[in-house]
Write a protein that binds this ligand. Sequence first.
Ligand SMILES: O=P(O)(O)OC[C@H]1O[C@H](OP(=O)(O)OP(=O)(O)O)[C@H](O)[C@@H]1O
Ligand SMILES: Nc1ncnc2[nH]cnc12
Length: 171
Amino acid sequence: MNLEDYIRDIADFPKPGILFKDITPLLSNHDALVGCANMLAELSPKNMKIDKVIGIESRGFIIGAMIAERLGAGFVPVRKKGKLPYQVKSKDYGLEYGHDTLEIHIDAIKKGEHVLIHDDVLATGGTADAVCKLVEDLGGIVVQCNFIMELDFLNGRNRLNAPVSALVTYE
Ligand SMILES: O=P(O)(O)OC[C@H]1O[C@H](OP(=O)(O)OP(=O)(O)O)[C@H](O)[C@@H]1O
Ligand SMILES: Nc1ncnc2[nH]cnc12
């Protein structure tokens, strides 16, 4: 299966000059959805137990939860400011088209747990870098950041101090 066939380009969204990679065609096709989750689960480190999979709001929730189910891991949502109900750790960050604050519950990750971070797109890496730092602040170990796609020309991979995997690379 060629996942690129299910990712469409939308010009000038959400801001002029941004070529937005839209995964809704992939999500709405059963074979592409399941195939994508299977392939990402297959890419995960095989020599250790993954304790938690993090999905980053909002597009990272969908396949992140599917990966957690496949790996026998728990799922942890990292959300934008003000959405999580319990005590949180927060991190400000910048992304390709803006800036915001991400939060995680303080009891979501235990010290020494192996954590896999999932999101749909790696662009500048600002988002995933902030999530890595939140995990490390809680004492977790980021064993992989995995993405459906990577926008290689934005060099996000170089910002991350953890192994990076992506199913589709745009040069
Ligand atoms: O590598 P970066 O430059 O940091 O960009 C990547 C992030 O941008 C998008 O999220 P967005 O904030 O648009 O949220 P959404 O998933 O709710 O649409 C995408 O889902 C990633 O989380
Ligand atoms: N070009 C892009 N398309 C979709 N999501 C993104 N997140 C950051 N940059 C993006």
